[in-house]
Design a protein around this ligand. Structure first.
Ligand code: NDP
Length: 463
């Protein structure tokens, strides 16, 4: 046992911090955790969880319409934003309590206060100085704020969860996960939505077919997509806000939501004082065991700005606990991390995009299918599903799985296991489908697309 007050002091009780604290305590370490705001961090309070509840809420508008094709007459419909927010708040409070109890139940000492690093082994928390053999920075990130004139009139994703009313008209700026997710949420709830993205096609980094497909689907749900433009300025008007776009158009809206990325929460934590090196973006630089340039100070999750996903932070928290207190040096495997965008329809992907696969493997076989989901044969809704498998030609391993369509996240999670296990196209082919389902399409795609002309492939890879 060390002469420090604790074996591990965790700053930040979000997904990663809580996981590291609980498992470290489980391995017998003396652990404390400090949280200044809310237990569960971004994901539970102002991220994944309430966002997904809002996605469910917004989808009902379509579900009511779709029911008609199945013989249902649905009566008068009305959406009440305060009810959604109150119910969401109740659920989040329940989850906060669970997180707190998990910590205390595991024997972790909890400080409901801001903690800062004093030196390599000292933390100041609630006006007290305590020492620890290891300090884990798990402070997460926050939305990047815009700089355009009038941007102080805009909101970021944190604010969406506490709006007192549903905006009738909203302009969403950005082309990443958060922007497309909220554009879909607001459109489903009945707002008039415009989404503006600075490049030619949103969701940079995703497979080109996926990006183009979603850009065709979203307008069908009422989202007006504006590409190659940004907001030049925002002004207050008697009737809301006027956003001037670089193309010259002025949009009258009630809210402007910026979703232009997130940045690490690394300021004012004393990290510079302790000599912890940060990247240019303010992320804590760590080695493969999450140690910073000061070996007793570690960092995981969004503050390290690697892959900003809750399950990745959870895995990192686990890795830290095992490495430090179970004599089991562990590094997270960052290859083939599946993810979903809860756009409408949703996207889920694992592995390489077609472009990246061509670059890495040279020859690839691409299987692609797009179809009307069975549900919409009777609902009459013009919504399509896209599925895509990318196979490296030489070894026939499946190196990329992409889907846009109903239940994409639920389907791709299982396929991610197959990919992780090294499944080949032949393994997919000899798997019997579940009928009738959309997912069976992934095991029945037989005909690869013709190879693109060389020039065409290069152009797509460069997109
Ligand atoms: P992203 O990094 O995903 O996207 C940021 C977007 O904003 C990009 O389209 C980017 O354009 C654009 N952008 C950046 N700077 C500017 C600017 N100055 N003016 C205009 N546009 C700009 O960020 P998000 O905020 O959407 O989300 C942050 C991260 O959180 C995600 O990357 C993801 O890891 C995580 N997340 C995951 C979710 C999930 O798993 N479902 C849900 C929500 C968030 P460009 O591409 O041209 O750079």
């Amino acid at each position: 046992m060390s002469h420090y007050d604790y074996d591990l002091f965790v700053i930040g009780a979000g997904s990663g911090g809580v996981r590291a604290a609980r498992f470290s305590a489980g391995y017998g370490a003396r652990v404390a955790i400090a949280e200044e705001r809310f237990f569960g961090g971004t994901c539970v309070n102002i991220g994944c969880v309430p966002k997904k509840l809002m996605v469910y809420a917004s989808h009902f508008s379509e579900d009511f319409e779709d029911a008609a094709g199945y013989g249902w007459t649905v009566g008068e419909r009305r959406f009440d934003w305060p009810t959604l927010i109150a119910n969401k708040d109740r659920e989040i409070a329940r989850l906060n309590g669970i997180y707190q109890r998990l910590l205390t139940g595991a024997g972790v000492e909890v400080f409901e206060a801001r903690a800062t690093v004093v030196d390599a082994h000292t933390v100041e928390v609630g006006g007290r100085k305590v020492t620890a053999a290891n300090i884990l920075v798990a402070t997460g990130g926050r939305p990047v704020r815009a700089r355009e004139p009038g941007c102080e009139l805009s909101i970021v994703s944190d604010d969406v969860f506490y709006l007192d009313r549903l905006p009738e008209r909203i302009l969403v700026a950005g082309g990443g996960y958060i922007a497309v997710e909220f554009a879909g949420v607001f459109a489903g709830l009945g707002s008039q939505v415009t989404q503006i993205y600075r490049g030619p096609l949103f969701l940079r980094g995703f497979d080109a077919d996926v990006r183009a497909f979603l850009a065709e689907e979203m307008p069908k749900k009422g989202v007006d997509l504006v590409f190659n433009e940004i907001i030049e300025k925002i002004e207050k008007t008697s009737n809301g806000l006027a956003a001037t776009l670089t193309g010259g158009k002025v949009l009258e809206v009630d809210q402007v939501l910026y979703a232009i990325g997130r940045q690490p929460n690394s300021e004012d934590l004393g990290l510079d004082r302790a000599g912890v090196e940060l990247s240019g973006m303010g992320a804590v630089k760590v080695d493969e065991h999450y140690r910073s340039s000061v070996p007793s100070i570690l960092a995981i999750g969004d503050v390290t700005d690697r892959i900003q996903l809750t399950p990745v932070a959870l895995a990192e928290g686990m890795a830290v606990a095992r490495t430090l207190f179970n004599d089991e040096p562990t590094t997270v495997d960052y290859r083939d991390v599946p993810s979903a965008v809860f756009s409408q329809p949703p996207i889920a992907s694992v592995g390489l995009t077609e472009e990246a696969a061509r670059e890495k493997h040279g020859a690839v076989d691409v299987f692609r299918s797009s179809f009307t989901p069975m549900k919409h044969t009777l609902s009459g809704r013009d919504e399509k599903t896209l599925m895509k498998l990318i196979v490296e030609r030489a070894g026939q391993k499946v190196v990329g799985v992409h889907m846009v369509g109903l239940d994409a996240a639920e389907i791709v999670q299982g396929l991610a296991v197959a990919m992780k296990a090294g499944a080949t196209k032949a393994d997919f082919d000899r798997t019997i489908g579940i009928h009738p389902s959309a997912a069976e399409e992934f095991v029945t795609m037989r005909q690869p697309l013709p190879d693109p002309e060389d020039g065409q492939a290069a152009a797509r890879a460069a997109e």
